[in-house]
Design a protein around this ligand. Structure first.
Ligand code: ADP
Ligand code: MG
Length: 259
């Protein structure tokens, strides 16, 4: 399903609507430590790809390369028809279209929930305050938190803070959402609310690249599951295959530990 023409996903300058992601031959080292050793993977427009793998395998680094929080030494990343790794690329323009949700929420503690969801809209997208607030309230409503607009992050549970982080990202009309273990820091009873919002987003046709240990979510929602270990893609395919009947011993051993 494509929602490219829906107001929620529309944007003004070319990278509009749900975008595909193509990663080719990506290498990233920190000094002598080679963390990504030639990663290739793709996410179709409107698709959900879940990235799984042991701690230290390079999942966060890969996600951070996609929006250039880290710069890879080699390889190519395109989002839609936008070449992110082109040295001439307009990084700010690209980031406007990529929403990122982290394990630790990263909300601004001194701002209200509403302000958290409007500040980038006003600063980066140059929306006027009233318009930004309208959009923020619509997205807070979408994540079930309209009544918390005037609270501060510290007054919310972890799950509520993560829902605000999602509303904040959605308020920028992203063409792509990156999630890095969005439920790993949450109390078990709040995990379900966050996953259910992510399920809705997937059903609405958002392109999503999700690092997660939630195998049930991956099995239900992912169009493709990618298993990474030691900086390489070991195995990828439909969830039923990679999680249900993994071929590679490293995948089998990982799954036997997390399932
Ligand atoms: P994952 O998300 O799969 O747990 P990461 O991408 O966070 O893996 O980390 C992969 C490897 O890269 C780890 O060995 C980690 O210590 C190392 N690493 C990550 N970020 C940095 C950094 N900024 N500087 C040096 N080493 C890093
Ligand atoms: Mg990580």
């Amino acid at each position: 399903m494509s929602t490219a023409s829906s107001p929620q996903h529309r944007s003004a300058d070319g990278l509009a609507g749900a975008a595909s992601v193509v990663i080719e031959g990506l290498h990233k080292s920190y000094g002598p430590l080679e963390v990504l050793k030639g990663i290739s993977l793709s996410v179709g427009a409107g698709q959900v790809v879940c990235l799984i793998g042991p701690s230290g395998s390079g999942k966060s680094t890969l996600l951070r390369c996609v929006n250039l929080l880290e710069r890879p030494q080699q390889g190519r990343i395109t989002i839609g028809d936008f070449d992110v790794t082109d040295p001439e690329a307009d990084v700010d323009r690209m980031r406007r279209h990529v929403g990122m949700v982290f394990q630790q929420f990263n909300l601004f503690p001194h701002l209200s929930v509403l302000e958290n969801c409007t500040v980038a809209q006003v600063k980066v997208l140059k929306r006027d305050k009233a318009e930004a607030e309208r959009i923020a309230r619509a997205n807070l409503d979408r994540v079930g938190l309209s009544e918390k607009a005037d609270s501060h992050p510290g007054q919310l549970s972890g799950g509520q803070q993560q829902r605000v982080a999602i509303a904040r990202a959605l308020s920028m009309d992203p063409s792509l959402m990156l999630f890095d273990e969005p439920t790993s820091a949450l109390d078990p009873e709040t995990v379900g609310d966050v996953l259910s919002i992510m399920r809705d987003l997937a059903a609405e046709g958002m392109t999503m690249l999700v690092v997660t240990h939630e195998m049930e979510f991956a099995r239900d929602v992912a169009d493709k599951v990618v298993f990474m270990d030691g900086g390489v893609v070991v195995e990828e395919g439909p969830a039923a295959q990679v999680i249900g009947a993994p071929k590679e011993p490293r995948t089998q051993s990982f799954l036997s530990r997390v399932l």
